[in-house]
Structures are given as C-alpha cells and as structure tokens.
Design a protein around this ligand. Structure first.
Ligand SMILES: Nc1nc2c(ncn2[C@@H]2O[C@H](COP(=O)(O)OP(=O)(O)OP(=O)(O)O)[C@@H](O)[C@H]2O)c(=O)[nH]1
Ligand SMILES: [Mg+2]
Ligand SMILES: [Zn+2]
Length: 296
C-alpha cells in the first residue's frame, strides 16, 4: 500500500503524491464518521483501486504534527510571513499576530521583506534590525529583481512552508520565482476579483526541486489572534524570554506594574517600543474577551 502526501483536495478528490506517482483518491466513509477531513499536507496510506489510471482511496491518515486553519493545511513546519516595504506599507499588527499564532502552534517563522527594489531610503534595514533583535530570521527580497532568493530557497529546503500576509505584498510573485514558473496568479486585487470570481481557492502544496513543499494563501482582510489566555501572550514574544519571571509581581502583565523587568529592558532599548506597544494592545484585547466571557 503506497504512502504519500496529500498535495491538494478538490471536489471530494484528494491528490496524493507517492513514490509511484500522483494518485487521485477518494476518502473512505470512515473519516466522515469520525468527523475527520483529510487535509493537504496529510501523510496518508493509499489503497490502490486502479493501478493504470492511478486511482485509489485514502485508507489511513497518519497523526498530524500541526494543523493550520487558514489555510487548512496540516504538518506545516514553517510559516513565511510576507510584508512589503512599500505598496502596501507593512501592517505590523498583522505581522506580529501571525508570528504569535505560529508560535502558539509550534511552527517556526521567517519574515520575508519584499519589494526592496522600491525602497530607496532602505527602510527595510530598520525592520530587519528590529525583528532580528527580537529573534526572527528576516530575508530581504525583491521578486522584481529576483534578489534574495538564494537565501530564501535555502530556508525552504526540506520543509513545508506556508506563505501568508497582506494582500498585494507579493506572496504569489515570490512563489512563481521559487517554482520557476507561473503557478500563481498575481496582480491587482480588483483584476483578480474579476478573473477569479468563480474559482475557489484551495490550498495546494507545490513541491520544491530541492525537497519540501510551499503553499500560497490569499491575502488576509482581517486576522484575529487565536483564543489564548491573556497571561500567556508573553511567552510568544521571544525578546521577552530572558526577562520573564524577573518582575517584582508574579503574573506581571508588563504593562502597569512597578519593577517590571520587561519594562526595564524597554527603557534600555533592549526591546523595541513599537513591538511592545502592540503587545500591550493584543494583551488588552485578549483580556477584554476573557472579561466579557466571564460576565455573560
Ligand atoms: N516593485 C515590485 N513589485 C512587486 C514585487 N513583488 C510583487 N510585486 C507586484 O505587486 C503586486 C502584487 O503581487 P502579488 O504577488 O499578486 O501579491 P500577493 O501577496 O500574492 O497578493 P494577494 O494574492 O492578493 O494576497 C503585483 O503587481 C506584483 O507584480 C517586488 O518585489 N517589487
Ligand atoms: Mg496572491
Ligand atoms: Zn513585568
């Protein structure tokens, strides 16, 4: 029984890449009963029903290491968050939310800073400074001039990476370069809506020559932090790590308490102020949600 990875699912069919080629599979009813939907990224066993036509049915889904909801892909081990230095200007709220969400799921992240060809004053260097100091790997890119791609390809080898970020930052353009062909539609949102009105967007894993998979996602219109307890948010800021547990008060929120190690680090510019302010904002949002749930 061949084993493989689901690379996409469309209309009840799942396409499974195995060593013997690509199989078109149906899922067995047993999954429906268990309320288990096969996802791209799933490692599965295929019961072959037609060798010639490469058809079969999925007989088993191996345990998942991780599961993303948007897009629905399993076994993702890297999230490539994409921002553009310009056009559109970076949405740092969204970036930080994505970084926190990935960290909650135990998925490692990289930050792609695209469109550096438009960045005459080299603003991107400041972004790199802030985010590398916070502990993230940053890659400056231009899909126009194709610069920075060697380093990016190196970071993708052997992993399943999902690209995510605002609309128009160049996710699909980046993937087209990585895949060395026109696999993803790019361009202005308005044009895309015209062209793509009737095409549902399914996540599809694209296999890299050097091993590993990548997947594109449509740009976010809004993105909420996952429902975690507000007092856990601190764990998802790598730059806070060495200060946690060193504040005067147990359960310090690092917002209003005195003798706070995080705030001291902030005062010494060891923590970026804007990242910190977004932390405070997210903390308050999570706390309000919690208080609201308590009240009703
Ligand atoms: N100057 C410049 N333009 C770029 C670059 N990368 C992408 N673009 C342009 O930016 C526009 C948006 O690119 P896409 O790749 O469609 O962006 P996307 O992130 O996939 O957008 P959504 O699919 O809507 O989420 C297109 O017109 C691209 O040609 C770049 O590095 N430099
Ligand atoms: Mg796109
Ligand atoms: Zn504190």
């Amino acid at each position: 029984m061949p084993e493989g990875i689901i690379i996409k699912g469309i209309g009840g069919f799942y396409y499974v890449k195995t060593e013997e080629g690509l199989y078109e599979c149906k899922a067995r009813g047993v999954f429906r009963k268990k309320n288990l939907t096969p996802l791209p990224g799933d490692r599965v066993s295929v019961a072959v029903t037609d060798v010639e036509k490469k058809k079969g049915s999925i007989s088993e889904i191996l345990p998942r290491d991780s599961e993303l909801v948007r897009p629905a892909v399993s076994n993702v081990n890297q999230l490539a968050t994409v921002i553009a230095v310009k056009s559109p200007l970076p949405d740092f709220d969204l970036l930080d939310k994505l970084l926190v969400s990935a960290s909650i799921k135990g998925i490692q992240t990289i930050i792609c800073i695209n469109k550096i060809d438009l960045d005459e004053s080299q603003e991107y260097k400041k972004i790199i400074q802030v985010y590398s100091a916070a502990g993230f790997k940053c890659l400056p890119l231009s899909s126009k001039t194709e610069s920075g791609f060697e380093q990016l390809q190196e970071s993708l080898k052997g992993k399943t990476t999902v690209f995510a970020g605002q609309s128009g930052v160049g996710k699909s353009s980046i993937l087209n370069i990585i895949m060395n062909c026109w696999v993803m539609q790019t361009g202005k949102v308005s044009e895309k809506i015209e062209r793509g009105r009737h095409t549902t967007r399914h996540a599809e894993l694209l296999e890299l020559e050097e091993g590993g998979f990548v997947a594109d996602t449509p740009g976010f219109s809004s993105f909420e932090l996952p429902d975690i307890k507000y007092d856990e948010l601190e764990y998802y800021y790598p730059e806070f790590e060495s200060y946690l547990g060193k504040c005067r008060f147990k359960g310090c929120s690092h917002i209003s308490e005195p003798d706070c190690a995080v705030k001291e680090a902030l005062a010494q510019n060891l923590i970026d102020r804007e990242r910190y302010e977004r932390y405070c904002k997210f903390y308050n949002i999570l706390k309000q949600k919690k208080d609201y749930i308590k009240r009703v």
